[in-house]
Design a protein around this ligand. Structure first.
Ligand code: ARG
Length: 456
């Protein structure tokens, strides 16, 4: 007999049960479902729907149920459809008539809205913590590489000199925006939907503010139709996860490139790489590749739920049951990738500063600096740009770096260039002079590092 079976003359077909059920995936809401029922039953008692003994029995049994589930003693029964009815059925098995009062003034619609919000709040908090540890790790590594020269690229072509610290701190900014975004959604989702009932609250004298407080919400949702229909916050979190993955994927891509023989800026510890079944020499960067690859499923689940929600009339529709797998997939993947990336970065990456420095000597990274040198001598920038272009062409023709040209070479193209130009072209000096706000100069990056350390 179904919990809702009063008006039904036939038993549900097995195929219908199987298709309809969410229990195979929403079982993981068991802890928040019980948490919600603990609060709901206390409220029902306060409002006179449970006696002292009834409340005590319900509370005790709910807590025991949690222990039994966690110990793996419960076998889910798909004919109960979802975790909410499964928990109620288990409670009824133990308590009989008393358990039948637990669903007073409640619908599965506000129940699932509450459970999902509690679950998402926990997951989002874990994700934020994972971001925060990655931010701290990157900041720590950056502080050891304030003067490690690295070529900065645009179009994947050598552009201007930066440092490894400057590069790493760019990712710190991205991840800290990700962390802020999660916090802003946590703030916005801080209203309890419990009490909305099926869609239009209840005629019974309940106290939704009490359950909201019990469950650490700031207040109660202001419209019951919205309370049971809202999955915006889930989509927000999934969108934050998509951005987190986008950032991890870009970083992973760079690690893969940096690890190639052509770059050689980093190597991976053997324990963090894998081999080839055929090619004996291979050592592959599977971890960052997989993180880059898993970005697809996190984007996919966001688009999937956006599409599910886009034409739903108010209020609850069964379509919304599709929210769970999409969100679980997104959240699990983002959390797993954040933690494995942090582990890889903390223990699996070996930097090769010499290779970075050698690479920075190629590709005329200091050409803009030379143009700036001429600007300081009052040459208009456009002319300076052209003069340096000619000098670069000359250097390319001779097969040397700019700083390897002779003073005569320099002066053959522009007479005002003096011997102090060589100090100007030194890459360490180039980086130190770029001490604008946000620039790669070690003192600027150090300011940024200190700012982050104060925040986290
Ligand atoms: N399993 C359902 C879900 O996940 C719970 C809500 C069902 N409500 C209903 N009226 N059928 O969305």
């Amino acid at each position: 007999m179904k919990l809702w079976g009063g008006r039904f003359a036939q038993a549900t077909h097995k195929e219908v049960d199987a298709f309809n059920a969410s229990l195979p995936f929403d079982y993981r809401l068991y802890a928040v479902d019980i948490e919600g029922s603990l609060a709901h039953s206390k409220m029902l008692h306060k409002q006179g729907f449970f006696t002292d003994e009834e409340l005590a029995a319900v509370q005790k049994e709910l807590k025991e149920l949690l222990v039994r589930i966690e110990a793996g003693e419960i076998e889910w029964q798909i004919e109960y459809e979802d975790i909410h009815m499964q928990v109620e059925a288990l409670l009824t098995e133990k308590l009989g008539p008393t358990a039948k009062k637990i669903h007073t003034a409640r619908s599965r619609n506000d129940q699932v809205a509450l459970d999902f919000k509690l679950y998402a709040r926990n997951q989002a908090t874990l994700t934020k913590k994972a971001l925060d540890s990655l931010i701290l790790l990157l900041t720590e590594v950056a502080s050891q590489h304030l003067e490690t020269i690295l070529p900065g690229f645009t179009h994947l072509q050598h552009a201007q000199p930066i440092t490894l610290a400057h590069h790493l701190m760019a990712y710190v900014e991205m991840f800290s925006r990700d962390s802020d975004r999660i916090q802003s959604t946590l703030d916005r989702m801080n209203l309890s939907p419990l009490g909305a009932g099926a869609l239009a609250t209840t005629t019974l004298n309940i106290d939704p503010l009490y359950t909201a407080k019990e469950l650490n919400f700031a207040g109660v949702m202001r419209n019951s139709l919205d309370a049971v229909s809202d999955r915006d916050y889930v989509l927000e979190l999934m969108s934050h996860n998509a951005l987190i993955m986008m950032h991890l994927s870009r970083f992973s891509e760079e690690l893969i490139i940096w690890n190639s023989a052509e770059y050689g800026y980093i190597r991976f510890q053997d324990a963090f790489a894998t081999g080839s079944s055929m090619m004996p020499q291979k050592k592959n960067p599977d971890l960052p590749e997989l993180i880059r690859g898993k970005t697809g499923r996190v984007y996919g689940s966001l688009v999937s739920l956006l599409t599910t929600m886009k034409a739903l009339p108010l209020a609850y529709n069964k379509d919304m049951q599709e929210d769970k797998e999409a969100y679980f997939n997104s959240s699990d993947t983002a959390l797993q990738c954040l933690s494995i990336f942090t582990f890889l970065f903390a223990e699996g990456v070996i930097f090769n500063e010499a290779k970075m420095a050698a690479s920075a000597k190629k590709g005329y990274l200091n050409a803009t600096d030379l143009a700036d040198y001429l600007v300081e001598k009052k040459v208009p920038f456009r002319d300076a740009h052209h003069i340096v272009g000619e000098l670069v062409a000359l250097a390319i023709q001779k097969g040397v770096a700019l700083e390897a040209l002779s003073l005569l070479d320099f002066q053959s193209i522009h007479p005002e260039i003096e011997s102090n130009v060589y100090e100007f072209l030194n890459l360490d000096a180039c980086v130190k002079r770029r001490n604008q706000p946000g620039g790669p100069a070690p003192n600027r990056v150090l300011d940024h590092i200190n700012f982050i350390k104060k925040q986290y």
